[in-house]
Design a protein around this ligand. Sequence first.
Ligand code: UDP
Length: 382
Amino acid sequence: MFNYIIIGSGFAGSVIAERIANVLNQNVLIIEKRNHIGGNCYDYKDENNIIIHKYGPHLFHTDYKEVFNYLSNFTDWQLFQHKVLAFIDGKKVPIPFNLSSLYEVFPKTLAEKLEIKLLGRYNYNSKVPILDLLKEEDQDLRFLANYIYEKVFKNYTAKQWELKPEELDPQVTARVPICISRDNRYFTDKYQAVPKEGYTKIFERMLNHPNIKIMLNTDFKEVLSIDFETKKIYFIGIEFKGKLIFTGMIDELFNFRYGYLPYRSLDLKFETVDKEYYQEAPVVNYPNDYDFTRITEFKHIHPTKSEKTIILKEYPKAYQPNRDIPYYPVFTKENQELYNRYKEEAEKFNKLIIIGRLAEYRYYDMDDIIKRALDFFDYMIK
Ligand code: UDP
């Protein structure tokens, strides 16, 4: 008899399962569609001994001490500060665009002038979203804003979302602000590191507990049935009395009854390159050239001695149900309204908890969802 059933074994599901098993000492069943745990954080070592992130680059960074300490129970860390360059007009420029980037793309006198303007307007170390910089009245700052908008954001966002930056919730492009500093790191969080043996090992250690059973290769639709009249959820062939924690796509849970929520998916093309290193940074973004958005070279993330290197090109596309993997919720006002209808439906089921990037239709980073799951668990047991 299970006290809890969890659908999905990404961070949302795995953190809650681990807490239920260890803190509450109760039984949990995890139902996972794929043949592995870890959701899109899953990674593995290939024949060259290189750790590959199967579903695209995952770089852990957080300001939450609590999240870093929690994960440290399951892994040792390799200190790692993520760096990204963007290929702009044949040059590779530090991203987030910052004071050093000015000198890569403009002649020295113009770069100096723009630096003085930026420092006159903003405090050193501040971060300015591109959509805010575009509202500046000063002519030089507007020139700069338009340049960054055109060269860094417009075409990348068109590839990634098929939208203009201003059509998305401002939080999306604000993830990569203009930085008034010479700090070339992609993130400035206090804790930045990669798990020494990869992310999958974290999940294995979290879930290796006698109270936790995992059913792989099982689509929840094979075992779950919903009665919308009585607002009850049943499991076929599983003894269960308790709460269901659902971390999958909320529209799928409710048979798409209000319509399909849009997601973005990716075609991931891995290539083996016969040289020691391919590029000068872990990730190079290609906002304006080619159809892929970025190239990741995994060796930079998990240092490995090998004569070969593995790179990944990401080709964004619209998600199609039953064909693709949903990677990103599409954060627009209209989609949020559709999501809210599903959320209201979920709230009518009193033993159903929805949590996670897909279930909450939110652009959570790894640390955000771990924090959310830990907080949710504390709230649930009170
Ligand atoms: N973005 C962009 N150009 C870049 C980097 C980011 O336009 O060179 C925008 C784009 O809309 C992207 C968003 O900022 O989807 C968030 O970028 P982030 O690197 O956080 O995306 P993730 O790593 O989550 O795919």
